[in-house]
Write a protein that binds this ligand. Structure first.
Ligand code: ADP
Length: 362
């Protein structure tokens, strides 16, 4: 049985804004799923519908096989962690964490035992009686997590919970979150607009755009095999080159572009009578001086170096193809021949066909 099932879920706000449409998803028990997309694409609305804070306009939501579409939030087996943590600043850590248990009708002793256990787990015991507004961002984040988990939910819903933390602390808490999720085996549904967070933390990613699901897949799938133009532009750093007249051979296809024919794997969104876009990952492209690139390599693009810089062990090149389009290429700074390339030098960029994806436009 699935932990969570969304079937044709949609939300139209009273002012007519269609925030979410036709959202279908099934989540296995213990999965870590991220909703990823730009601001305003409907991630939080979907999360709030799962929690029950927002009524759904279409479709159904099932949790562990039970239809909860009209069940009030406090009767759903979910906990939600908000971006700003929504802690009560003048209540102590213990009171904040215990708050969610108050509605459960536990005895005082049971409640204390549960709160003590979770404070211990999160390293919060020494702050038990301190007011929440006297704690650091990382500590407040842990209180919010502890408060969400103390009620032992089937599904933990997290709305950009790391957004308020600085970059270093975010990395630390990301690791903790992943370990915690593995340890507890609770299903996590996580909202983020940061692809590194989604790629690094989740088992599967739902990529959203304008209220619709663009692609659902493992981090590797959405990264290496984007299904649509939106995903190809949003995830990773792909060069996007326009093509026409595709010919399909098995799982591969090739298209005519201004820079010659490009061959790659094709996505379902590619249509034979419309513009096709070749998505070429920056890290899969190889760059060579034109003089040394004697006809070897697939998908060869001729150009000139228009920018070059190195960050740590990664060399970044921008290669101008025709005065209008350029591609970004990454290399290792260990390659001395490449690091000697100068602005204006003629180069050839190539990329194996199995790393290129052909997607439909739009
Ligand atoms: P995200 O979480 O991806 O940033 P949201 O789910 O918050 O996106 O918002 C999706 C869309 O719904 C946006 O266009 C937003 O402006 C709109 N929206 C969100 N809440 C409301 C509301 N209460 N009333 C009307 N429109 C809303």
């Amino acid at each position: 049985m699935y932990d969570l099932q969304l079937t044709g879920v949609g939300k139209t706000y009273p002012d007519g804004t269609v925030a979410v449409s036709d959202f279908d998803l099934v989540v296995e028990p213990g999965e870590f799923v991220a909703f990823l997309g730009p601001s305003g694409c409907g991630k939080s609305t979907t999360l709030r519908m799962i929690a029950g804070f927002e009524a759904i306009s279409n479709g159904d939501i099932l949790i562990k096989g039970k239809n909860v579409s009209t069940t009030p939030p406090e009767k759903r087996p979910t906990s939600m962690i908000f971006q700003n943590y929504a802690l009560f600043p003048h209540m102590t850590v213990r009171q904040n964490i215990g708050f969610g248990l108050d509605v459960k009708g536990l005895s005082a002793a049971d409640k204390k035992a549960k709160v003590d256990r979770i404070m211990d787990m999160f390293g919060l015991s020494e702050f038990a009686d301190r007011k929440a507004d006297r704690l650091s961002g990382g500590q407040r984040q842990r209180i919010a997590l502890a408060r969400g988990l103390v009620v032992e939910p089937d599904i933990l819903l997290l709305d950009e919970p790391l957004g308020a933390l600085d970059a270093n602390l975010r990395r630390v808490i990301q690791n903790e979150l992943k370990l915690l999720q593995r340890e507890l085996g609770i299903t996590f549904v996580f909202v983020t607009h940061a692809q590194s967070e989604a790629l690094g933390l989740s088992d599967r990613i739902v990529v959203m755009n304008r209220g619709r699901v663009e692609q659902i897949g493992t981090p590797h799938e959405v990264y290496a095999a984007p299904a649509t133009e939106f995903v190809a532009r949003f995830i990773g750093s792909n060069a996007i080159i326009e093509g026409v007249n595709p010919t399909v051979e098995g799982e591969m296809a090739s298209v005519d572009t201004a820079f010659g024919r490009i061959r790659g794997r094709y996505a379902a969104s590619m249509a034979s009578d419309a513009v096709v876009l070749a998505a070429i990952p920056a890290e899969a492209m190889r760059i060579q001086p034109a003089s040394a690139a004697a006809g070897i390599g697939e998908n060869r693009l001729h150009g000139t170096v228009s920018m070059k810089h190195a960050v740590g062990s990664v060399g970044h090149f921008k290669v101008d193809l025709d005065g209008r389009q350029s591609v970004d290429v990454q290399t290792s700074t260990d390659n001395e021949v490449l690091m000697q390339l100068a602005i204006g030098d003629a180069v050839v960029v190539d990329c194996p066909s199995d790393r290129v994806t052909l997607v439909g436009q739009g």
